[in-house]
Design a protein around this ligand. Structure first.
Ligand code: HMG
Ligand code: MG
Length: 284
């Protein structure tokens, strides 16, 4: 049977958007439970400015406190060398970094306070340092169909952003429909542009479900050969700099959807249901 890999976003993309303070112990309990579910990739935090994203300020404490499960990779977002410096104590563990750029200028300014070109330049030393340290790197491109500030995004701009990230080092790139506005037709056009240069297995789909089309967008991506998808337990999520991005597609919904399509995920649905209940209680 064919396999689909899910990358769990709840503890990072989910919780970063919650207005209420969430206790370290609660975050750790959620991640520890997710670690027993069969998930192999869990994003647990970000080394970004605590003024911009206060909810992620305890990322180092989270990384120190979680029970590391053999075979699970734990990822954190790193936007610049300052973030890399915070990551270095963890460079020998099962931790990876994720770097992120936007396909649109408006979101780049709002999310990273710099242009798309500047964001790539900031990431070059980060990716070089990670490569030298043997740390895995994953990439994200945001706003792959629509930007909350600039409107519709051209597929060519997405393909260029993916190429610019992969010029830094070989990496899987996750394609983010940050505000969940993409329709299957437009996601397909975007994917066709990216797939001209990049193998489908080096890509992931990261769909927010604002428009209720995330599962259809996953289907279109599967049709084009993608086998990696990002999701968040309980549909946690959003992005503080993307107005109108309330939720990542729920992990439990993606598991059910891809299993109906005949794929295996290796994830225990009962454990995910328990984690989703905890996630729902964390929601403000
Ligand atoms: P900046 O203000 O342009 O940077 O922020 P700066 O270099 O001028 O620094 C300003 C202050 O931030 C300084 O502190 C720095 O020390 C500090 P001050 O002197 O004012 O006290 N600083 C940092 N502190 C901790 N860690 C750091 C760091 N860097 C600077 N790494 C910066 C630039 C990138 C830091 C800022 O714009 C930022 O933190 N942005 C937040 C980005 C973010 O986390 N967004 C959400 C995640 S992305 C996402 O959700 C999309 C995704 O899910 C895919 C999708 O859905 O599309 C991945
Ligand atoms: Mg996201």
């Amino acid at each position: 049977m064919s396999f689909i890999t899910l990358h769990e976003m709840g503890p990072r993309d989910g919780l970063q958007n919650e207005p209420a303070v969430i206790d370290l112990a609660d975050k750790v309990a959620l991640i520890d439970l997710l670690g027993t579910s069969g998930l192999r990739d869990i994003e647990v935090g970000s080394f970004v400015s605590p003024k911009w994203v206060p909810q992620m300020a305890d990322t180092a404490d989270v990384m120190r406190a979680i029970k590391l499960v053999a075979g699970v990779r734990y990822a954190v977002l790193v936007p610049n060398m300052r973030g890399w410096d915070s990551f270095t104590p963890f460079a020998k563990g099962p931790f990876e970094i994720a770097v992120f750029v936007s396909a649109s200028e408006g979101f780049s300014q709002a999310n990273l306070n710099c242009s798309v070109a500047e964001s790539i330049a900031r990431l070059r030393p980060v990716v070089d340092a990670a490569t030298a340290a043997g740390v895995g790197v994953r990439g994200y491109v945001s706003c792959v169909t629509d930007c909350p500030f600039d409107g519709p995004v051209a597929p060519e701009a997405v393909a260029a952003a993916v190429a610019n990230l992969r010029a830094l080092a070989p990496m899987q790139v996750s394609l983010g429909d940050t505000i969940g506005k993409g329709s299957p037709d437009r996601v397909a056009l975007m994917l066709d542009a990216v797939l001209d240069d990049v193998p489908a297995l080096d890509l992931a789909g990261h769909f927010h479900d604002t428009g209720g089309q995330a599962l259809d967008n996953i289907s279109v991506s599967i049709d084009r050969g993608l086998r990696h998808f990002d999701s968040a337990v309980g549909g946690l999520g959003g992005c503080p700099y993307a107005p109108g991005a309330p939720g990542n597609v729920a992990t439990e919904a993606v598991i059910d959807h891809v299993e109906r399509l005949g794929f295996e995920t290796g994830i225990d649905r009962d454990v995910i249901a328990k984690a989703a209940a905890i996630a729902q209680r964390m929601r403000g």
